[in-house]
Write a protein that binds this ligand. Structure first.
Ligand SMILES: Nc1nc2c(c(=O)[nH]1)N[C@H]1C(S)=C(S)[C@@H](COP(=O)(O)OP(=O)(O)OC[C@H]3O[C@@H](n4cnc5c(N)ncnc54)[C@H](O)[C@@H]3O)O[C@H]1N2
Ligand code: MOO
Length: 918
């Protein structure tokens, strides 16, 4: 279709306007043609119309051409054609542009779709990235929760599937499990009843044991009483035997002289008969007395025969040793140790003649004595330790005195003369000692001869002395016999049984071992009568009676977890939560097909038999009726799961704390938890503490005068007493007078003390009053202990009406000695008073990290700091002890930080004594 537009610019006058009209007309015609074409299409039968149209078209064109030619002329037509050509070009250009535009639009639309797609993709990626960020970033927990929830859901789904699959199999297994559980429960019941029976049996055994122990204690007490009775009777018998018999001796000048002796035997007396006179004194040795038996007489008077005798008819020495051995075996061989020593004093010099060990020693003693020159004194000593430790060790000295000589008459000279003089000198020294003792002179000259030094312990206090005086019946010996009789008569005054103990402190006491000291002190210590205590005040006490559980613990079936109380058979699934059972609530009944929320310690509802912890459940929120639901995710292993059964911690009636048990914090909790608010326990002993010494001043003294010291011991020992769980009574400081010590002693008794500790004044000094004071008040069991430090440690019992005796410990004044002896000897007694069954100290082996020098005479208790170290080259541990430095007993710094007392044995036993077990 031709179309063209001549723009206003190209309008050139009336021709142009005409063209425009023509163009317009053409358009109309075109339109008409088009409409006709449509019509003709509509009436396809009118085929003529088309040809007519073609014709008309041709005519119109011809008309147009001629009209143009007519209107415009040649030039203008040419111009018009040119214009039309340009119009067509323009129209083509337009069409081209339009096509390009369309193409571009299509492209743009395509691009837009692509971009949209890309954008969506990008958004999706961005979202993924954001989700990942969320998972990895700060919202990890939420993501985890989601994941867990998802996992739970997955698990639930899986379970659901498994449920269906497992079906009957599970039911069968559950039935089997039920059966097994029933069997187990029956077994548990059986065991429980077995345990109850065992507990009862144990209780009965304990009661029987306690009765047996009480009976043993009773027997022991009766034995001690019987023995004390026997000793008293023995003493009385000896005093009755002390009836003086008179020996009349006719002297050459027809005058008669009278001597008084306990017994006079004639020449035909047998060894055995003579020993009968001596035997009671040997018994006294076994009872704890020191005994001295002298044989005296001129050479040839039968003295050596009397003391030693031939092997087939032994004398006093062998018979005494035999008798002591027999007594020891009668009492229990393992408990008494006998030590035998032999000493010769020749010219006032020791000739150590050590006897062989064992009972063979007696034969050797005989040989030694036979061989001994009549110019030396022979001393056979038998030291017997006391089996009960109550009386310490005692010594029997059998002294074969060398005969005195009337030097002028025997006309000896030179060496023999010097020997005779030495013998006479020592005999007269012995006579002087006897005289001083008999007249209770303030000074006894023990130190004047070696003989009296050796015999010192046996010539005073509760010692017994017997002198056998042998006389030669030959009238020619009458002068010697008279002088022997005079000497014996002097001794007889001392040997008479009316002799009072002579107070020479400490020297009276033979040394006992630390073990003996502990045994003796413990032997005299009985647990205090038990009392009722509130459990609140019972920390540190020892129970005197069993404590039984009044209620079972727990008293109800209690949950071990926060979770849901379930029926074990119900298994996993979604359940309504019937109610909540918190600790302290009344137990309710669980309706079938439900679960109940339960807190740890909460009472398991009736009907429930297990607990599923909250971690194995999923909260399902509430259903449309508001009922809370929970999904149980797991199968519980069986009834009782995560449930504490009644009495599973403590069964009712069970012994929760047996008699003899120490109450520490856990025990106080056990008492509280079972409602045992009152218990029977041993009370805390009352310990009175006294310091003595004029030089000892209160620690608060502003300035010390010359020779004064601050009272270290009282505060230190009171602290040690408190640490041992006992109560203290402060008796202050007593000066060095008997009166002040006695007054303090009274205060201790009046204050109701069970134990009294006195420091200072127990050794050998002029002003050491404590031993005499204790001797006056009661019985001193030992006054010297073989230990370093602590040698003068003294222990006494002071009887009193209606109460156990007061136990008195005289501790050495040196502070270190005081605390060491407290720990070794007093502490076990304080423990025994408080009912400890095993009050002894603990012993361990330690490796020394330093060189140590052993003391020759006493075992040393070296203060040390022990620590555990890895053993060299091994993977074990050992206790290594380090010394605390200077060990002098005044240096209290040697106890600073010390946690061990190293028991360092002495180098050897004292010379002259060998151990012999009997
Ligand atoms: N001739 C002998 N002398 C001593 C012997 C011995 O066998 N033969 N034994 C020595 C031994 S071992 C000791 S331990 C002491 C023990 O003596 P006492 O218990 O009689 O005590 P005192 O003489 O009164 O004092 C000794 C020492 O301790 C000081 N002391 C006393 N009380 C206190 C106190 N409360 N606080 C601080 N210091 C105290 C006192 O001033 C002395 O220095 O005897 C040896 N002698
Ligand atoms: O025994 Mo003392 O206590 O050596 O000083």
């Amino acid at each position: 279709m031709a179309s063209g537009t001549i723009g206003p610019d190209e309008a050139k006058g009336p021709g142009h306007a005409l063209v425009l009209r023509l163009v317009d007309r053409i358009r109309q015609l075109e339109h008409q043609i088009y409409s006709n074409e449509l019509d003709s299409r509509a009436s396809s039968s009118d085929t003529d119309a088309t040809s007519r149209l073609g014709h008309l078209m041709k005519r119109a064109q011809a008309g147009l051409d001629s009209g143009l030619a007519y209107i415009l002329g040649e030039e203008e037509v040419a111009q018009a054609n040119q214009d039309a050509a340009r119009i067509r070009e323009a129209e083509e250009a337009c069409a081209d542009l339009q096509a390009r535009l369309d193409a571009a639009r299509t492209q743009v639309q395509k691009d837009a779709v692509h971009i949209m797609h890309l954008t969506r993709q990008l958004d999706a990626e961005r979202q993924n990235a954001a989700a990942e960020r969320m998972l990895a970033g700060s919202s990890m927990e939420a993501a985890l929760m989601d994941a867990r929830r998802a996992a739970h859901e997955e698990a639930a789904t899986a379970l659901g599937r498994a449920e269906a699959r497992a079906g009957e199999e599970l039911a069968a297994a559950a039935a089997a499990a039920q059966e097994a559980l029933r069997a187990a429960a029956a077994e548990v019941d059986l065991l429980r009843s077995g345990r109850a029976a065992l507990a009862q049996e144990l209780n009965e055994t304990r009661v029987r044991l306690e009765r047996a122990l009480a009976a043993a204690d009773d027997f022991h007490a009766r034995f001690l009483q019987e023995r004390a009775e026997r000793r008293k009777v023995h003493e009385e018998l000896q005093s009755l035997r002390g009836n003086i018999r008179t020996l009349r001796v006719r002297c050459g000048d027809r005058r008669t002289q009278e001597f008084e002796f306990g017994t006079v035997a004639d020449a035909g007396v047998s060894q055995a008969e003579l020993f009968e006179e001596v035997a009671p004194l040997v018994r006294s040795v076994a009872d704890g007395h020191n005994v001295c038996i002298f044989a005296y007489g001129q050479t040839g008077s039968g003295k050596t025969h009397t003391v030693t005798g031939p092997a087939h008819d032994p004398g006093l020495a062998a018979r005494a040793a035999d008798a002591l051995c027999a007594l020891a075996s009668a009492e229990g061989a393992e408990r008494r140790a006998l030590e035998v020593g032999m000493l010769e004093v020749y010219g006032d010099v020791d000739v150590l003649a050590l006897l062989r060990e064992g009972c063979a020693a007696r034969a050797t003693a005989g040989t030694a004595l036979n061989a001994a020159s009549s110019r030396s004194h022979a001393v056979l000593s038998i030291r017997a330790s006391d089996p009960d430790g109550l009386a310490g060790a005692s010594v029997l000295h059998l002294v074969d005195l060398a005969g005195s000589e009337r030097v002028a008459r025997s006309e000896v000279t030179g060496q023999q003369l010097r020997e005779a003089q030495a013998i006479n000198k020592s005999l007269s020294a012995l006579g002087d000692v006897m005289a001083a003792l008999a007249t209770r002179a303030p000074h006894v000259p023990f130190r004047n001869s070696r003989l009296t030094q050796v015999l010192q312990d046996s010539l005073c206090g509760s010692s017994k002395v017997l002198l056998v005086c042998c006389l030669d019946p030959d009238p020619a010996s009458a002068p010697e016999s008279l002088s022997s009789l005079a000497f014996a008569a002097r001794a007889a005054r001392l040997a008479l049984p009316t002799m009072e103990p002579v107070r020479t402190p400490a020297a009276n006491y033979s040394m006992v071992s630390v073990a003996e000291a502990v045994e003796t002190a413990l032997g005299a210590t009985r647990p205090l009568p038990p009392q009722d205590f509130s459990y609140i005040d019972a920390l540190g006490l020892t129970l005197a009676e069993d404590v039984l559980a009044r209620d079972p613990i727990p008293a109800y079936r209690a949950s071990i977890k926060d979770g849901y109380a379930v029926r074990a058979v119900d298994g996993p699934g979604v359940y309504p939560v019937a109610f909540e059972a918190f600790a302290g609530a009344e137990p309710e009944t669980l309706p079938p097909g439900t679960v109940a929320y339960i807190g740890t310690g909460g009472p398991l509802p009736e009907g429930a038999d297990a607990v599923v912890q909250i971690e194995d459940t999923l909260d399902q929120g509430a259903d449309d009726r508001g009922q809370r639901l929970v999904k149980i995710l797991v199968e519980v292993p069986g009834p009782g799961y995560d449930v504490r059964q009644i009495g599973s911690d403590v069964a009712q009636g069970e012994v929760i704390l047996p008699a003899g048990h120490h109450l520490l914090p856990a025990e106080i909790g056990i008492l509280a938890g079972s409602g045992a608010v009152t218990v029977k326990a041993y009370p805390r002993p009352r310990v009175a503490v006294l310091s003595t010494g004029d030089e000892v001043k209160d620690p608060a003294a502003v300035a010390l005068g010359p020779g004064q010291v601050r009272d270290t011991n009282r505060a230190m020992l009171m602290a040690a007493v408190s640490e041992a769980g006992a109560l203290t009574q402060d008796l202050g400081i007593a000066g060095d007078t008997e009166e002040e010590s006695t007054a303090a002693f009274r205060r201790a008794l009046d204050g109701g003390a069970d134990v009294m500790l006195i420091t200072g004044g127990v050794s050998m000094g002029q002003r050491d009053y404590i031993k005499p004071l204790l001797e006056a008040q009661g019985t001193v069991h030992f006054g010297k202990v073989c230990m370093k430090p602590g040698k003068p440690l003294t222990f006494a019992e002071v009887p009193r009406e209606g109460r156990a005796p007061l136990l008195v410990f005289g501790l050495p004044g040196n502070p270190v000695s005081g605390l060491v002896t407290f720990n070794l000897v007093v502490l076990p007694c304080l423990r025994r008073l408080q009912g400890w069954g095993d009050p002894g100290l603990r012993r361990v082996h330690a490796r020394l990290s330093f060189d140590i020098k052993q003391d020759p005479a006493r075992p040393e208790y070296h203060r040390a700091i022990g620590s555990w170290r890895r053993m060299a080259g091994g993977d074990g541990w050992e206790l290594v002890a380090q010394s605390t430095g200077g060990q002098i007993s005044s240096r209290l710094l040697s106890l600073r930080a010390a946690n061990l007392l190293l028991e360092i044995p002495r180098v050897s036993h004292s010379p002259g004594y060998n151990e012999l077990s009997a």
